[in-house]
Design a protein around this ligand. Structure first.
Ligand SMILES: [Zn+2]
Length: 308
């Protein structure tokens, strides 16, 4: 063997080993919510190590910043955010203090999951946070449509493949498997929800636009006068009149809101309060994205059937 061929074969050996070495350490992914974390695990499998900042039982608009979050972000190779200003009240200073150039907005390690998603409730006039509305860029609870879960997973597949080209085949195969399982689950959910198409409901926060749109329910009103604005006696009074007129029997409440106003609305109108978890990990029955919808559909169909 000549010296040249020895160098060549050694060089090839290094090249051949490089992708294995690169994928040996899982890519460190930080997501803002557990829904995004679940989707990242679906696509990334054992080639990613995923951590979420917010817990599933927390109101994602209002998360208390902790120093440990900055450390997580400092080490992250990819940050995935819900976007649409959902995290604007707590995330920007954490990203800034992480001193991690990769995960700054617009950086190679930053993914805004809302970019390819179907966004509802886009404001028509000018809406600013100064008005107290926490949905100034459309509804940020868009993960509550399985179609958007698929779009988010696809965006993650593209991003992970760009960051780890050697694992692109792995990510593509895992995305295809998730897509297939989600499609089968959607058939199940559509069939369970079909009898309730057009049923009128009221919700506390405007979290469920995508979900009710997907399954054909009709949201008649909200306990909050505007997203992020606490209920007022005048608004609650007119909401109860409308509920009685329209015969609304189901009131959906996110687990992090006080039940005082919903319970008094229920007493006055005869509606049933249903506490519905909007995020993965919020309750033990929803350990991942698909299980979350199974749980929501189970609770919803039970309440809707009981209200008939
Ligand atoms: Zn919201």
């Amino acid at each position: 063997m000549t010296l040249l061929s020895l160098v060549r074969s050694a060089g090839l050996a290094v090249l051949a080993l490089a992708p294995i070495a690169a994928s040996a350490a899982p890519l460190r992914v930080v997501t803002t919510t557990e829904d995004l974390a679940s989707l990242a695990r679906e696509v990334g499998g054992d080639r990613v190590a995923v951590e979420s900042i917010a817990r599933g039982y927390q109101d994602p608009h209002f998360v208390e910043a902790k120093p440990s979050f900055i450390l997580k972000l400092n080490r992250a190779e990819l940050l995935v955010v819900v976007g649409r200003e959902l995290e604007i009240g707590w995330l920007p200073p954490l990203i800034q203090q992480s001193r991690n150039a990769k995960i700054q907005p617009g950086g190679a390690g930053y993914l805004d999951a809302s970019e390819g998603a179907r966004i509802l409730d886009m404001p028509t006039g000018q809406v600013t946070r100064a008005m107290g509305d926490v949905h100034p860029q459309g509804n940020p609870h868009y993960w509550l449509d399985p179609g958007n879960g698929r779009r988010i997973a696809q965006a993650m597949q593209r991003k992970l493949s760009a960051l780890r080209p050697a694992d692109a085949g792995h990510f593509a195969a895992r995305y295809a498997d998730f897509d297939r399982r989600l499609g089968a689950a959607e058939k199940r959910w559509d069939a369970a929800m079909a009898p309730f198409k057009g049923t009128k409901v009221v919700t506390y926060h405007r979290s469920w636009s995508n979900l009710v749109g997907r399954f054909g329910l009709d949201v008649m009103g909200f306990v909050e006068p505007r997203p992020g604005i606490p209920p007022s006696p005048a608004h609650t009074f007119s909401l109860m009149q409308e509920m009685k007129r329209a015969g609304v029997k189901v009131l959906l409440v996110e687990p992090y809101f006080d039940l005082k106003t919903p319970n008094s609305i229920a007493r006055e109108t005869g509606a049933k309060v249903v506490v519905l978890p909007p995020s993965t990990g919020g309750v033990p029955q929803a350990p991942d994205y698909i299980a979350l919808f199974d749980h929501i559909v189970r609770l919803l169909t039970g309440a809707l059937a009981g209200a008939r």
